[in-house]
Design a binder for this molecule. Structure first.
Ligand code: ZN
Length: 406
């Protein structure tokens, strides 16, 4: 049998028949030696119900970077394994975002050509024009749309500021359920972890690729607890885009738990209707936060929610100022005979060493409520350590002051 298991053969057979398989396919023969080496310890991922749409977007006047299908397939499968291994380590099962595969084992990457010059889709302000044309593409090819999440890659500009050695010019950020990253000729897994110019460049752009993809799959920024940072390094959704592939980088348990309610992580057979319009918000029925000298005791009763995560952060409380938000998962206890669940957590202040204001200044406690349908809500409590009374419950904002999104 040449070492091929029945299951492996079935995978190859399915691949040949449908051209679309989630989960496990042997590393393709035409992959580079370095990719084969890096994917050799791949874990078996549970088959996914949906896949991230991967789009390579061009203007009407540029071309893909050389060998993009192999290079990006290797990188996408490596990042898929990274997510899968972190999900498994955090107790969420061996699962990752789904990817569609071609018959030769490459990831299915949809080549979409825009109507305008590539220079009309720049970093500043280019995302919307691109997204409109990608939406048009999916209207014309509905069979190619496998979820609400689309990962768009564009080749670097080639101009005075940007080129193969200094890639850039194009959108590079998460944008709702879409996200953007870039491509250049040396964006190749063979440079991973190397102390060379190409190696450092790869960490920067592959770390960003994995991080922005996280945003596109529903993740907010977060930071690690004191204990986890000592054990595992830098969280991908914190500053991990600068360490990925070069120094220890991990995903927080909070991020992994959030991914269990992302459409792209749903397991085969899951028929959840994700992100339905008009779905009711969760209801916070009661809540309390009691600070003490060494911890914050948080308890809330909520209905209409799948799980609650909690983040503590220093000001300012604005988009992209939340890299410092130390993230936790709240414990849950279902109340028999009701739809309500009690979520509780004791936040040890010793785990907040990355923050400046603990015990002295203003901080926010962000309660992140996630529903099984993928909708996410944020309830923010601000506290001022210099004014509060230890042992006394904090005054809280209105229980219905929920913001949709994290
Ligand atoms: Zn980010």
């Amino acid at each position: 049998m040449n070492g091929l298991s029945i299951k492996g053969m079935l995978g190859v057979l399915l691949l040949a028949v449908s051209g679309v398989v989630q989960g496990n396919v042997a590393v393709p023969e035409h992959f580079s030696a370095r990719a084969k080496e890096l994917l050799a310890d791949s874990i078996e991922l549970a088959p996914a119900a949906h896949a991230v749409n991967v789009v390579y977007f061009l203007g009407n006047d540029n071309e893909p970077e050389p060998d993009y299908e192999r290079r990006l397939s290797e990188l996408l499968l490596y990042v898929q394994q990274f997510y899968g291994k972190e999900m498994q380590r955090n107790g969420m099962g061996a699962r990752s975002f789904g990817l569609r595969r071609e018959a030769n084992g490459n990831v299915r990457i949809l080549l979409v050509r825009g109507k305008k010059s590539h220079r009309d889709y720049p970093y500043n302000g280019g995302a919307n024009a691109c997204l409109q044309e990608v939406a048009e593409f999916f209207r014309a090819h509905p069979e190619e749309k496998h979820s609400d999440h689309t990962f768009i890659l564009m080749p670097t500009f080639h101009d005075e500021q940007n080129g193969e050695k200094t890639p850039g010019g194009v959108p590079f950020y998460g944008y709702g359920r879409d996200c953007f990253a870039l491509d250049y000729a040396d964006f190749d897994i063979r440079h991973l972890g190397k102390n060379t110019r190409e190696g450092h460049l790869l960490t920067k752009w592959l770390g960003g690729f994995a991080h922005e993809l996280g945003h596109g799959l529903n993740l907010p920024h977060n930071a690690g607890t004191t204990s986890d940072v000592a054990l595992y390094g830098t969280p991908l959704m914190g500053a991990g885009n600068y360490t990925f592939g070069m120094r220890p980088t991990y995903m927080t348990r909070s991020s992994c738990r959030m991914l269990t309610a992302s459409e792209t992580f749903a397991l085969a057979g899951d028929e959840t209707d994700f992100y339905p319009e008009g779905a009711p918000a969760p209801v916070i029925e009661e809540a309390s936060v009691v600070p003490s000298a060494d911890k914050l005791v948080v308890r809330m009763r909520v209905s209409g929610c799948a799980f609650v995560n909690l983040q503590v952060q220093d000001p300012p409380f604005q988009v992209n100022w939340d890299y410092d938000a130390v993230a936790f998962c709240m414990a849950e206890e279902k109340l028999p005979g009701t739809d309500s669940v009690v979520y509780s957590l004791e936040v040890p202040l010793a785990e907040l060493q990355g923050l400046q204001n603990t015990r002295k200044g203003v901080q926010a406690l962000e309660l992140l409520l996630t529903q099984a349908n993928g909708w996410r809500y944020r309830w923010r409590i601000t506290l001022d350590w210099s004014k509060l009374t230890l042992g006394a419950p904090l005054p809280l904002p209105a229980l219905d002051s929920l913001y949709r999104g994290y």
